[in-house]
Design a binder for this molecule. Sequence first.
Ligand code: HEC
Length: 168
Amino acid sequence: MKRARWLCGLVALAGGLAATSLSAQVRRAPERLPAPAPEAKFTPRFEALAETKLLMEGLAQPNYRAVEKHLQGKGPPDVDTWMFARGQALLIAETGNLLLLRPPRNEGRDIWMRRATDMRQSAGALARQLGNRNLAGSRTALLDLTDKCNACHRTFRVPTRIGPNEEN
Ligand code: HEC
């Protein structure tokens, strides 16, 4: 009798163990969990936060200056510096995307979009030249980018001129 109760207890314990390991298994297999409730459809809205002047001073100008410096003399001394310069050109290109979020409120919206897109394209082309470690190609691409910076400034009567002959 005593022995039978002991056996019963053992069976119960075994059952308990089986149940725990089963629940652990269930927990380990996420595909068996009920599908989460579908998220409501979410359409993100892009929102410009920084002033254009801040993008110019914080992103466009420092990265432009840095690439310009890398391309002086014999150009970047090693692969890492080429790749660093490529990254800086890509940050200028991404700044073009940010500019697309903040066209002027009055007229000039379309031309702003075109100028910002032109800058993005030129900076992207510059990044490719830098990625290929092509010094002559990178210098030509930088001149092209310089034109794009100045084109927008001229259109929107920003007095700042970019380039080797300017004092920025
Ligand atoms: C799509 C138009 C546009 C493009 C492209 C553009 N800029 Fe600008 N930039 C502006 C505007 C607008 C201002 C004036 C901002 C202000 O003062 O509110 C400005 C101002 C500046 C300033 C002066 C900031 C100050 O301290 O007043 C610098 C420097 C500058 N840009 C650098 C660049 C460089 C470098 C590029 C190219 C890599 C570039 N910009 C491309 C629109 C542009």
